[in-house]
Write a protein that binds this ligand. Structure first.
Ligand code: 5AD
Ligand code: SF4
Length: 486
């Protein structure tokens, strides 16, 4: 069976023993011994990248690497990179540059770069940055231990960006944390080729895991690892299962049957592939989150055409109407790109109009950023960056007003929340959690010592603004719910 995400060859495997002299665990791979070491990792970009990082750390623990947050304690430093916009790209380059000094300070420090930038530019990176030992693309992360073995064997300065050619995309979810939330990758790659987007070049062609495999995987996570909330992940999850005559709607209905699984989310969607069957599931599935992130990118028919998005604003708004009819409580959010190639003022205003009609709960808005290799790169673009950023600010301010109003309707309502963490706000300790519909709610503990981490609680919202929502604790259900009452 393929291990997916880069098939691991028939090379040496990890075996461990306790060293009788030091009492330390030693991992042996081939004829090389790996003493306990520490890895520091910096992840940029989307949830898929964070999920991949977790998978990498989980593999590395088999090779005796412990994750550290302290850079100066690290024996190996890894970057998991994002290529989607300039901003995260630039941050990565400056941090990679700084590693030169870290490497001078610590003899034997290994530096590696993985992810989307490494997929397309790994070879150039290894050549250009003398202190970089190796680079690896998005489809080979399951072979990380073989690559690290190679580096410690003295064969460094390499870059691997091959695609996994196995027929099926088959993996088992690996989690390296103790939380009840897990990301589960169900489809990789993207066949859409939106003209601005680099993802099809960094993540390859779409391939889905089989439905049975995903269901068994999630059952195991629930049964053996205490997972209660899963987020199904993919660049375009709405295309899930096409090649196997399966669908996201079918998968969601199967997940309904898993006892102990409380909440299912999925991301990210493409409006083109939102089927009526899926919309109906949003009305009937009890475990499915009442939040859907559906990126529209622009409210202008002509911009959507230039973006090659394959839908019109009317079609998109029609989908929102159908979703709200199927589930009146559904909360919707979106992505917007401000100032796409040659966007006119009128086209920009169409986006503001769409925001008025759509009434999104929140949006992620970005200024268009030219990406090498995309089709938009070849379009002559007369729009100035200044205008892009001006429009971005206008979109954000416009949405905040809408959002402020929408969030007022939360006041006086109670929400069930899975508590994630705490922080201090204005000198007061507050816990925060996420509602089923993906809104963050803050609340004060009954007393300072109470630990609510990963508890399900009911919170009555008493104040809300566009960006923050405060409530008071009504009921603490503890770490497990007795009912499937959402
Ligand atoms: N420029 C700006 N934003 C982009 N996105 C994708 N590519 C670009 C780009 N070249 C945004 C889209 C997508 C989100 C993940 O990133 O809005 O939905
Ligand atoms: Fe990029 Fe479009 Fe694919 Fe989304 S659907 S990953 S925006 S190409």
């Amino acid at each position: 069976m393929s291990t997916g995400l880069g098939t691991r060859g028939a090379g040496p495997r990890e075996e461990s023993f306790i060293d009788p002299v030091s009492g330390q665990k030693i991992v042996k791979m081939g004829d090389m011994e790996f003493p306990p070491r520490k890895v520091w990792m910096k992840t940029f970009g989307c949830q898929m990248n964070y999920h991949d990082s977790e998978r990498i750390l989980s593999h590395l623990s088999d090779l005796n690497f412990e994750h550290t947050e302290e850079l100066d304690q690290a024996d190996m430093v890894l970057f998991n990179t994002c290529a989607i916009r300039d901003l995260s790209n630039n941050k990565f380059y400056s941090q990679l540059g700084e590693m030169k000094h870290a490497k001078k300070k610590k003899n034997g420090l290994v530096v590696g770069v993985g992810g989307c930038v490494a997929q397309t530019e790994g070879k150039e990176l290894v050549k250009k940055y003398k202190h970089l030992d190796f680079a690896f693309g998005t489809d080979v992360i399951d072979t990380i231990n073989d690559m690290v073995f190679r580096v410690y064997a003295g064969d460094n300065k390499f870059s691997i960006n091959s695609w996994d050619r196995s027929e099926n995309f088959s993996i088992e979810t690996k989690i390296a944390h103790g939380s009840p939330q897990a990301f589960v990758n169900i489809i990789k790659g993207c066949n859409k080729y939106c003209t601005y987007c680099i993802v099809p070049y960094t993540r390859g062609k779409e391939r889905s895991r089989k439905l049975d495999e995903v269901v068994t995987d999630i059952k195991k996570l629930v049964e053996y690892q205490g997972i209660q909330e899963v987020t199904l992940l993919g660049q375009n999850v709405n295309s899930y299962g096409k090649e196997n005559n399966e669908s996201l709607a079918q998968l969601l209905m199967e997940l309904e049957k898993i006892n102990g699984l409380e909440l299912v989310r999925y991301t990210t969607s493409h409006p083109y592939d939102v089927s009526d069957e899926l919309i109906a599931v949003h009305g009937s599935a009890k475990k499915l989150s009442k939040h859907l992130h559906l990126p529209v990118q622009s409210g202008s028919a002509t911009v959507l055409e230039r973006m090659h998005r394959e839908y019109t604003p009317e079609h998109f708004l029609g989908l929102l109407e159908k979703l709200r009819k199927a589930n009146p409580e559904i909360v919707l959010s979106t992505d917007i790109i401000a100032g796409f190639v040659n966007e006119t003022d009128e086209e920009h205003r169409d986006t503001l109009k769409l925001l008025d009609i759509a009434q999104f709960d929140f949006i992620y808005a970005y200024a268009y950023s030219l990406r090498a290799k995309t089709r938009a790169e070849k379009m002559e673009d007369l729009l100035k960056d200044e205008i892009r950023f001006e429009r971005l600010r206008e979109i954000q301010a416009h949405q905040l007003k809408i959002q402020d109003k929408i969030r007022q309707s939360m006041v006086g309502q109670s929400y069930r929340v899975l508590v994630e963490d705490f922080g201090t706000m204005g000198g007061t300790k507050k816990w925060k959690g996420r509602t089923n519909c993906n809104r963050i709610v803050h609340f004060k503990p009954l007393n300072e010592e109470m630990d609510y981490k990963w508890h399900w609680v009911d919170v009555l919202v008493n104040s809300a603004t566009a960006l923050s929502c405060q409530g008071e604790l009504l009921v603490d259900h503890g770490r497990r719910l007795n009912t499937l009452n959402h």
